[in-house]
Design a protein around this ligand. Structure first.
Ligand code: AMP
Length: 433
């Protein structure tokens, strides 16, 4: 029970107000460790309740201790995307409202001067995206010399987005022994995350609740082979008509598909909208607000919406294309099946998705099983295509002096040539060692 965690009564009241009695597993593990002052490194399944796992003990510390400096921010929460930062901020506001603590949201794409004004008011807690926060540090519109708690939410994603320099800068600006640091990442099996953890954390307490490759119990995952784009569209139309859809997020590989598919959904009588990276921040916000308010049944997007967003009405995730990075698959399907709701994840796998399928299977540590819809079966077997391609690719491309050519008896692990990108039509995949 939350009442067993010795939380400040003001925080407890907010938790009760939200209707939560029992902490989730990650909250049970993380909250006491942070409350005794430990640094923390957490790998957690999406939807596990990680936000409260850091918000509650962070606020507890701020409420119980005196600020190290009046001017400086006391806690900083960094998130990879504006959407996630906003969502964290919305949860934070519920808790801050009951306390004397103040907070601010500082994300890219919004007016810099307005943010400077907000920061002049010396908020205790700042939720930010790393790029924009680093800009403010450089402009000296914010100081974190006395920062008490630094929280990195979805650290792996921040690193994938190239924020290492900003994270290092922020770390240096708040480098003192009283700082507590909490690092959350969907996967800890990521070289840069380990490197970051070594730089940032002191003797951290490790929490691993589930692992990124574990199947999510509340999500039914189904895979369907598709021969080509029009076959994918036929399958999409079928699912949009036959499934009991409350809200669905459709993920596409290309912006042009993300922009084109809402029209197809509308011909089937569904309200649909596209969230594209090309939209201005204001337009993105209003799309997300409209979707979470239930004004649209379908949101079509590239990977923008795949992380962290808490949309409880999303009954289905439909991968029109598989994601290039296998971990993204876990995050995409985690947009449904949130907080105990059941969800459905449907993935369409065409010839171009074959390399991504192999990587997802490696991540899930099991081959996926394909289902079929009568009348919409694929003519070609994606797996057979992959095998044929592998054979021809190795034959053609192995240079004369390669190990494969010289000693064919030795089992050599060769990746299919299309793994490198090129004939699958996708950009080369950045592989981490
Ligand atoms: P998160 O993993 O932080 O994105 O949380 C996923 C969802 O679980 C959110 O809708 C939270 O509001 C909800 N949640 C967080 N903690 C609890 C809890 N102890 N009991 C029930 N739901 C929770």
């Amino acid at each position: 029970m939350f009442t067993d965690l010795s939380l400040d009564p003001r925080l407890l009241r907010s938790v009760q107000h939200l209707g939560f009695d029992k902490p989730t597993e990650i909250q049970r593990e993380a909250i006491p460790a942070v409350m005794v002052g430990r640094d923390l490194i957490v790998s957690s399944q999406t939807g596990s309740g990680k936000t409260l796992a850091y918000l509650l003990p962070m606020m507890q510390r701020l409420l119980k201790s005196r600020p190290l400096s009046k001017r400086d921010a006391r806690a900083l929460i960094l998130a990879p995307t504006r959407e996630l930062a906003k969502q964290v901020y919305a949860q934070l506001r519920l808790f801050v409202a009951n306390t004397p603590l103040t907070s601010a949201l500082i994300v890219g794409g919004e007016n810099f001067n307005d943010q400077e004004k907000l920061l002049k008011r010396e908020p205790d807690i700042v939720v930010a995206t790393p790029g924009r926060f680093a800009d403010h540090l450089e402009h000296k519109s914010v100081f974190i010399n006395g920062l008490e708690v630094l929280i990195l939410d979805e650290a792996d994603r921040m690193l994938d987005l190239g924020f290492m320099p900003q994270l290092s800068m922020i770390n240096k600006a708040a480098d003192h022994r009283l700082r507590q640091t909490l690092l959350f990442s969907a996967t800890l099996d990521h070289a840069e995350v380990s490197e970051l953890a070594l730089t940032l954390l002191k003797n951290p307490y490790r929490v691993a609740v589930g692992t990124s490759y574990q199947q999510h119990q509340d999500i039914r995952q189904r895979f369907y082979m598709a021969d080509n784009l029009s076959h994918k569209e036929a399958l999409l139309s079928h699912f949009l008509q036959q499934e009991a859809i409350n809200q669905v997020i459709i993920f596409t590989a290309t912006r042009s598909d993300a922009e084109r598919l809402p029209a197809l959904c509308e011909t089937l009588g569904l309200t649909a909208v596209s969230l594209s990276g090309q939209l201005s921040q204001v337009a993105r916000n209003s799309v997300m607000q409209a979707f979470s308010a239930g004004k649209y049944q379908v949101l079509v997007t590239t990977d923008l919406a795949s992380r962290g967003l808490d949309l409880l009405q999303v009954s289905h995730v439909l991968n029109f294309d598989l994601p290039k990075h296998e971990e993204e698959y876990i995050h995409r399907i985690g947009r449904t099946g949130r907080a105990g709701h059941k969800g459905d994840a449907i993935s369409l796998v065409g010839p171009k998705d074959a390399p991504a399928l192999q990587r997802i299977e490696a991540l899930l540590r099991t081959p996926v099983e394909f289902s079929q819809i009568a009348g919409l079966e694929a003519k070609k077997d994606i797996r057979q295509l992959a095998v044929v391609k592998t054979k021809t690719a190795v034959k053609k491309k192995a240079p004369a002096n390669s190990i494969t050519a010289k000693s064919p008896k030795k089992p050599v692990k060769t990746k299919p040539a299309f793994f490198e990108g090129g004939d699958d039509g996708l950009a080369p995949v950045r592989r981490k060692k």
